[in-house]
Design a binder for this molecule. Structure first.
Ligand code: SME
Length: 147
């Protein structure tokens, strides 16, 4: 049998009839299952002041992150994707799972409003190359219709 794609898998679970948080929860589960070599996948959501922990898969994590702090807070403030090839050499990194070695954070902007960020960790260094970042952004674009 041919392997199901991320988009096909998402299309089986995401639906406008479900709450945004429900669609986000299935989104992180699908990314964690489908993309190899990840130990933490989750959302930090923006409440207008700070980021707070949303749906995730992985070890228990820091509950809130001020804008401009940590990889997540910096990405959210700058509204820029950040790829950190070695989290141990990135001073502002906030450690949650000691097995994480690289990280990508992608901001979620809808109608020019910051919703939050997608945060993904890997135990491998340099896990997040251009291709995977592109793939993740495509998946996020798909999720946007269900938020
Ligand atoms: N590393 C993040 C904190 C969240 S954990 O990785 C789940 C950061 O520096 O913002």
């Amino acid at each position: 049998m041919e392997k199901i794609t991320i988009k096909e898998y998402l299309s089986l679970y995401l639906d406008k009839k479900y709450e945004s948080i429900t669609n986000m929860a299935n989104f992180v589960a699908i990314i964690k299952e489908m993309v190899e070599g990840l130990n933490w996948v989750g959302f930090y959501l923006y409440d207008g002041e700070k980021l707070y922990l949303g749906p995730f898969q992985g070890k228990a994590a820091v509950q809130t992150i001020p804008l401009g702090e940590g990889v997540c807070g910096i990405s959210a403030k700058k509204r820029e994707t950040l790829v950190i090839d070695d989290v141990h050499s990135f001073e502002q990194h906030i450690a949650c799972d000691e097995s994480s070695n690289s990280e990508v954070v992608i901001p979620l902007i809808k109608n020019d409003m910051l919703i939050g960020v997608l945060d993904i960790d890997s135990p491998r260094h340099n896990r997040f190359d251009e291709n995977i970042v592109k793939e993740l952004k495509t998946a996020l674009k798909y999720l946007f219709d269900f938020l």
